[in-house]
Design a protein around this ligand. Sequence first.
Ligand SMILES: Nc1nc2c(ncn2[C@@H]2O[C@H](COP(=O)(O)OP(=O)(O)O)[C@@H](O)[C@H]2O)c(=O)[nH]1
Ligand SMILES: [Mg+2]
Length: 359
Amino acid sequence: MQEAINQVKTELGRDAVILQTRRVKKGGFFGLFAKEQFEVMAAIDNTQKPAAQQPNLSYYPTTPSPAKTVPPSENQEILALRQDVSTLKKLMEHMVISFPGTATRVSPLIELLTANDIESDVAQLLTQGLPATFEDSQTALLQELLKNRISGCLKRVEPIIPEAGCCKIAAFIGSTGVGKTTTIAKLAANFALKEGRRVALITADTYRIAALEQLKTYGDIIGVPLDIVYTPQELREAIDRHRDKDLILLDTAGRSPKNQQQVQELQALLAIEPAIQVHLVLSTTTKYSEAVEAVERFSGCSPTKFLFTKVDEAANIGTIINLLHRFPMALSYITTGQNVPDDIEIADPQKLANLMLRS
Ligand SMILES: Nc1nc2c(ncn2[C@@H]2O[C@H](COP(=O)(O)OP(=O)(O)O)[C@@H](O)[C@H]2O)c(=O)[nH]1
Ligand SMILES: [Mg+2]
């Protein structure tokens, strides 16, 4: 709070009068994971100040004529905002007048969300405060509002950001066949060939020869080294060998989340280096209940990011918001096909929200 008040003093000067201070919860999933923030309302009496002492005259006008003093771009923004507010006001008035007492019907908005496999508790949260019934002409506007709410829930995006002189290590874990190895090949090709980063691959997927050969082939084509490790100690040594790289991508065996022993082995492997960022790879074609099971089983490996594959094959991607609601982690990438290296993108909340509301 003291910091907020100091900020007010810096911005408005020592004469600013604090009118009100309060703690507010902002962001999060409609209050569920909200962060506490401080709000300070302050005012400044400009009329008492001699004009000469007001360097920021355009922002603190002494006369009530904003047209003259507010910069034109700001003026337009204010006008646009006013217009938005008045449209919304009209819309809300209309809703209340036209549809009294009809709140018991299932909202078409909730129907739209659940048709896209968004769980009903999540759908309820997303539609909080929105009318249950409305005219067709208002559908587009309300859907837009929903999309904004959805993208707000997906806004924690954390892709891999290599830094020169700092060896980033990213591990990819998840069930067999979700697309870990293919995703690693896409990332390696993009970082090494398009961005000119120094990349090394390490694989701990030694269960199947075919899996080893798959990554070896990609490594050879991209021109990056591949190390094969069987034990945590070997992983330690391989990481140390590649300290000079910008990025190490670590592939893991497609453990079955049902096999707890395999997951524990993986946990022991990843535990040797705390700097490893762990991406939990899930296919968007997986049923929500199975995806939940996978997240719970792999939780011992401390993943911090979701990476969703096969968005091109999924009938809908409601699972993404369902999972984020239940497990508040970041999103890293989504993959959209089998092509290496093109079919991968940094997760884009707005784009995902659009996809999520396919009707
Ligand atoms: N349609 C589609 N297929 C994918 C995608 N990512 C991976 N695959 C395919 O899924 C299969 C399994 O991929 P792989 O990388 O071997 O999975 P891993 O067992 O998790 O390493 C392969 O046939 C891939 O081509 C994707 O985004 N879309
Ligand atoms: Mg693999």
